[in-house]
Write a protein that binds this ligand. Structure first.
Ligand SMILES: *Cc1c(COP(=O)(O)O)cnc(C)c1O
Length: 496
């Protein structure tokens, strides 16, 4: 399988090359020349497999420069019983007839980013090896919470890599901060940045575009690399759980083989829902893709009207991992929906960079609307949904998943479509104890880790072990930098 760029479809790259580079040098994103197919009896075959075997089957079809033995070893390490607290890795929880939550938070950091970031380090290091890269990779991450911890856990003590995570000092929850500052491993560091997520992200982007710094680090044997969701090595593992969930639903007699389902995804950078779209194109019987946003509803407007406009107020919400105004992976959708029109995609992205907005043509919008439906949910409603789901089903939703559930209810109400639906559950409710407790009407003076215990006592629902264990851990990383100092933080980290 070869890969091309969304801004230059004549380009050809191997899978290892695409993963090692992350972003194409024309600014585009790598996509496979063709999507592989699940036609014939693929689903029958996959039904009998474990999650790890399903991952090997699906990922292997895109990674022909990797051997089956390699991919098998990666899948066993990434989705191990040690790292995940559920034997099915990504189990499906049926809430009521036709509504199934795909729980993607049974991994080491209790959020769905683990599904990809437990796999990416293996793909990346092998890709560097295959492409003859001699330098060590230094992964730089700016995080609003979930990605940073998942990347630290994924890259911790992985050979030939170092990882440095910047998080906004006042922009993450107590639990998210402790998850990062207590991280173990000889190749990791974490640093707070004065300001909000945008400050941290701008700082990291500046470091990536600083050529002098790049050359200096290269002379010392390092290359900068990113773990963000534009990398094909992060997207590919996400296709697996949609196929896996479909197999599980058949195996549990919840759907018949071949039956159409809908998928509803709480969306930020558009990576997770794009993986569902790729699964659909590969032949998985998905009908509608429902895109759920919080008050940062740039995608709702885009899918409804065809206008993408980031020139709007930014809201800090209860679902911080969806507080995003530029959804990078949308570029891959535009490429597909435009009939792989690389020039048109490049022109939209140029407008986005220069004016902060673009309008897609009618044909593309019609195609997108035929498959995607979009809605959003504000914080107040998010809390009501958490409470209602708990009261009615004794099931706890984290705020991101609650946004999706609300939008699904909108969709069903507006369209009358009651197709069986997978709602993607992206974080453990225990990662957002403060919001969940307040949604349940529980008033407390407690802070940080004490909230985990309060939520457990209130609900009787077991918290994930990695979060409970945080209380025994030592806070290793307590430094805080100003945005201008971030390059020096990188320099001194790489001298250690
Ligand atoms: C990252 C994240 C999302 C958004 O996923 P995208 O792939 O960026 O659309 C949703 N929920 C949680 C909990 C996340 O961590």
């Amino acid at each position: 399988m070869r890969y091309l760029s969304t801004r230059d479809k004549t380009k050809r790259m191997t899978a290892a090359g695409a993963i090692a580079e992350g972003l194409s040098n024309d600014g585009g994103l790598y996509v496979p020349v063709v999507l592989t197919s699940l036609a014939g009896n693929a689903i029958e075959t996959l039904r009998a497999m474990s999650y790890q075997q399903r991952a090997v089957y699906i990922m292997g079809s895109y990674l022909d420069d990797f051997s089956a033995a390699e991919i098998t070893a990666f899948a066993d390490r990434a989705y191990s019983e040690k790292g995940f607290d559920h034997p099915e890795i990504a189990p499906v929880h049926t809430l009521s007839a036709g509504t199934h939550f795909l729980e993607l938070w049974h991994g080491p950091t209790c959020a769905f980013k683990d599904m990809a970031l437990q796999m990416l380090p293996h793909l990346l290091t092998a890709s560097l090896e295959k492409t003859g890269e001699k330098r060590e990779a230094c992964i730089l991450v700016a995080t609003s919470g979930d990605t940073g911890k998942a990347a630290l856990e994924g890259f911790c003590d992985v050979n030939r890599t170092k990882i440095l995570v910047f998080y906004p000092k006042d922009g993450v929850s107590d639990i998210q901060r402790l998850q990062m500052t207590t991280q173990t491993g000889g190749n990791v560091a974490v640093c707070a940045v004065e300001g909000n997520f945008d400050d941290a992200q701008t700082g990291v982007k500046r470091i990536f575009s600083d050529r002098a710094l790049g050359e200096e680090l290269s002379a010392n044997g390092y290359m900068l690399s990113s773990a963000n969701s534009i990398n094909w090595g992060r997207l590919l593992p996400q296709i697996v759980y949609y196929v896996s969930a479909y197999c599980d639903l058949i195996n549990a007699d919840k759907i018949a083989p071949g039956q159409k389902i809908n998928v509803c995804v709480p969306t930020g950078n558009f990576g997770n829902i794009l993986a569902a779209y790729y699964a659909k194109l590969m032949g998985l019987p998905i009908d509608k893709l429902i895109c759920a946003s919080n008050e940062n509803n740039v995608l709702t407007e885009f899918i409804r009207t065809g206008v993408y406009d980031r020139n709007r107020d930014f809201f800090t919400t209860l679902s911080p991992s969806m507080d995003i105004l530029v959804s990078s992976n949308l570029e891959r959708l535009l490429f597909e929906m435009s009939g792989k029109d690389d020039r048109l995609v490049a022109s939209y992205m140029k407008k986005l960079a220069e004016q902060g907005s673009y309008v897609i043509n009618r044909d593309i919008h019609a195609k997108i609307s035929a498959t995607f439906w979009a809605g959003f949910c504000d914080d107040e409603k998010t809390k009501l949904v958490i409470e209602a789901a708990y009261q009615k089903y004794h099931y706890l939703l984290d705020p991101h998943t609650a946004v999706a559930f609300d939008v699904l209810n909108h969709y069903r109400h507006d369209t009358g479509d009651d197709t069986a639906t997978i709602v993607v559950s992206t974080a453990s409710p225990y990662k957002f104890c403060d919001s969940v407790l307040s949604a349940l009407g529980h008033k407390t003076e407690a802070k940080g880790l004490a909230l985990i215990e309060e939520l457990r006592i209130l609900t009787g629902i077991k918290p994930p072990a990695p979060l409970v264990r945080l209380s025994d851990k030592f806070e290793r990383f307590t430094s805080c930098a100003r945005k201008e100092q971030m390059a020096d933080v990188v320099r001194s980290f790489l001298k250690e």
